[in-house]
Design a protein around this ligand. Structure first.
Ligand code: NIG
Ligand code: FE
Length: 417
């Protein structure tokens, strides 16, 4: 079965030569074809180009059925890749939201047993089936908002069985939904209550028990550590990344959200695929990232929701770095997986251009979750994960109209949802 989308007002993020990521000044450049077509064969992109170059006869010469879609006045974009989420969780945390409005900080809430530990208590009690069903609904929601690939972390279990339970749920989501999903083991998200004051012993448990168990069931692609003030130290992180590396788990690090934590440096030392949050970044951090294979990833939804300082994105781009933007979808610091809103925040709060936020949420996040060869752009041979907008004036309208959905049709693996 083939799908032929015709009369596309703008086909966005096209690549003749697929790239790993885009950096520096290139982030403001975007491949766009006006009045375009897109041809999909099965689950892959077969061809694209200008309408005037479309050879309809050859498309219809094949024996396959061809489904034709007229996209007059509409844009077509590759699905967002959301390279940082915690969307398997049990229960929302709007009470903490009110605490925050009343003036408590994220760290104060965490110290009182709220925050991550609150979610941990609930996840331990929840069944695998309950967790699967609620996460499945969240995936449905974000798929209809244009997300086609998502990384999901464990990290609310904080004991071996509960961490494995979360990762098994992620595995089932991989098997039972059309989204491309990567799994990250985040046992080092917080020190659980029963290990209070015994952080090193908890790190030992992660190294000696959790990582081998996760690897034995092949449940994770990546390993993450919350390396920040009040959470895990650089030394803890170094030990855990070292242990993870022995099992082939490449790091993706929570770093520099609360302080110049050293998380970026230790991440780069272990060739992390990404370092994420980055509210605190100085010249040292930028220099370490330059020339590395690590994607600096900013989470504008979390900074917005917690009213934190913004990462110096312009400075990083000016220095020649790539920047990715992900949602951080989780019940505490970012209860939304809306990547279009993330783009709007990128424009308004980080002074990024529409072209930059599109690159930051597609090809750069694809790299940050290890799917850049398959997803993140419109390129021949890549997976046909894309969406068609409602009639809009142009790409600038997407981040501008921050409260409107604007997604009319979603295709994952070549099939319309
Ligand atoms: O990425 N910063 C660490 N972890 C999550 C928050 C998780 C939570 O509050 O439940 C984050 O923002
Ligand atoms: Fe996070």
């Amino acid at each position: 079965m083939k799908t032929l989308v015709i009369n596309i007002k703008q086909l966005v993020q096209v690549e003749e030569q697929p790239r790993k990521w885009v950096a520096g000044a290139d982030m403001a450049r975007l491949g766009v074809i006006d009045n375009a077509y897109l041809l999909v064969d099965g689950d892959r992109i077969e061809a694209f180009g200008k309408m005037e170059d479309l050879d309809l006869e050859s498309v219809y010469a094949c024996n396959d059925t061809v489904k034709e879609i007229d996209a007059t006045g509409r844009l077509v974009l590759p699905s967002y890749c959301d390279s940082h989420t915690h969307l398997v969780y049990a229960g929302s945390r709007e009470i903490e939201y009110i605490d925050k409005i009343r003036g408590l900080s994220y760290e104060e809430i965490a110290r009182r047993g709220g925050g991550i530990l609150n979610s941990a208590e609930r996840i331990r009690k929840a069944s695998e089936q309950e967790l699967f069903e609620s996460a499945y609904a969240r995936l449905q929601e974000i798929a209809l908002l244009g997300t086609g690939a998502v990384e999901i972390k464990s990290g609310y279990g904080l004991d071996t069985e509960s961490e494995l339970k979360m990762l098994r749920v992620i595995k089932r989501l991989q098997d039972e939904t059309p989204l491309a999903i990567k799994a990250t083991f985040l046992g080092a998200h917080a020190v659980p209550a029963e290990y209070k004051g015994r952080q090193t012993e908890y790190v030992d448990l992660i190294i000696n028990e959790m990582i081998p168990a996760v690897a034995a069931e092949e449940l994770a692609d990546y390993i993450d550590v919350f390396c920040d003030r009040g959470f895990f130290t650089v030394e803890d992180t170094d030990r855990m990344l070292n242990a993870g590396m022995k099992y082939g788990l490449r790091p993706k690090i929570h770093a520099n959200e609360l302080d110049l934590s050293g998380g970026i440096q230790v991440g780069v030392k272990y060739n992390a695929l990404s370092v994420d949050h980055l509210e605190h970044v100085g010249d040292d951090e930028i220099n370490v990232l330059l020339g590395s294979e690590t994607m600096p990833t900013v989470l504008p939804g979390a900074a917005f929701f917690l009213n934190m300082p913004c990462s110096p994105v312009r400075k990083m781009i000016q220095a020649g770095l790539p920047v990715a933007l992900a949602s951080d979808y989780n019940p505490g610091s970012s209860p939304s997986g809306n990547m279009k809103f993330v783009m709007s925040l990128g424009c308004v709060n980080y002074k990024m251009l529409p072209e930059e936020v599109i690159n930051a949420t597609t090809i750069n996040t694809a790299y940050a979750m290890g799917v850049e060869e398959e997803l993140g752009s419109i390129a021949v041979g890549k997976k046909a994960n894309f969406y068609i907008t409602t009639p809009v004036p142009g790409i600038e309208y997407l981040p501008y109209a921050y409260g409107s959905n604007l997604v009319e049709a979603v295709f994952l693996n070549g099939e319309q949802l």
